[in-house]
Design a binder for this molecule. Structure first.
Ligand SMILES: NC(=O)c1ccc[n+]([C@@H]2O[C@H](COP(=O)([O-])OP(=O)(O)OC[C@H]3O[C@@H](n4cnc5c(N)ncnc54)[C@H](O)[C@@H]3O)[C@@H](O)[C@H]2O)c1
Length: 243
């Protein structure tokens, strides 16, 4: 029960990785405020549905979570989208939406959460970047730049707010078996199960990640076991580097 009595806000709580984060935090004693477009179906102590493209929703989210749970110890900025294609296939809408959800929302949520945590004497924030935020994968420039921004933001904030007892780190997964990756195969007319089986062969550990593989590292970073980690970018890739 590493998180007994802890209060956590998780964005993208209904997604592949988000569902696993919320379930594991609750299993280990945390109370959780779930944020996503729709949260009705989610098991959590507080439901904060809304759209992360709405600036005022993002600004208010940490405060609403703290009000609902009686404090705020942990924030996981997990929500994200992927828009595919080389730059000449990338629309203004792809750019605006990717930057709003993947970059501006974590910026706003971090800003509001840090103010609350500083007042309370500390806390932990885990941002979800990507291996592609550290080294670019092919044909996804807007996604890659958005995840690089999250990585950079994490390094800056990790240093700036350590003196307030706030630890801010990021996890950087390679491919994870979630709706995000499956939908990409479907768009390309591929059977997701077959495509994932092929992808599994490219990973030295023999398979792409399952959501739990990433959630476990996020929980570690959010826990006291990571008490000396600030501004770290933790790659979780099964031995498969981005080349
Ligand atoms: N799946 C992968 O291969 C992979 C790899 C590296 C990093 N990541 C990152 O992991 C995180 C979680 O991704 P996932 O694979 O679980 O994807 P997912 O699509 O299963 O989940 C994303 C969640 O974010 C929510 N969301 C999206 N736009 C939103 C908005 N405007 N307002 C509120 N909520 C919104 C969705 O409703 C969804 O529940 C993302 O930040 C993603 O970039 C995923």
């Amino acid at each position: 029960m590493r998180f007994a009595g802890k209060k956590a806000l998780v964005t993208g709580a209904g997604g592949g990785i988000g569902t696993s984060i919320v379930a594991r935090l609750r299993q280990e004693g945390a109370v959780v405020a779930a944020a996503d477009i729709a949260t009705d179906a989610l098991e959590a102590e507080a439901h904060l549905p809304g759209n992360l493209t709405d600036r005022s929703y993002c600004d208010a989210l940490p405060g609403r979570a703290a009000d609902a749970l009686g404090g705020l110890d942990i924030v996981v900025n997990n929500a994200g989208i992927i828009r595919r294609g080389v730059i000449t296939e990338t629309s203004d809408e792809d750019y605006a939406l990717s930057m709003a959800i993947n970059v501006e929302a974590p910026f706003r949520v971090c800003r509001a959460a840090i103010a609350i945590m500083a007042e309370a004497g500390g806390g932990a924030i885990v941002n979800v970047s990507s291996c592609w935020g550290l080294r670019p994968g092919p044909n996804h420039p807007v996604y890659v730049m958005s995840k690089a921004a999250v990585a950079s933001l994490t390094q800056c904030l990790g240093r700036d707010h350590a003196h307030q007892g706030i630890r801010i780190n990021a996890v950087c997964p390679n491919e994870v078996d979630t709706p995000m990756i499956r939908s990409g195969f479907e768009i390309r007319g591929l059977d997701p199960d077959t495509a994932i089986a092929e992808l599994d062969k490219t990973v030295p550990l023999g398979r792409i990640a399952k959501p739990e593989d990433i959630a476990d590292v996020i929980l570690f970073l959010a826990s006291d076991q990571a008490r000396y980690m600030c501004g770290a970018l933790v790659e979780v890739n099964g031995g498969k580097p981005v080349i």
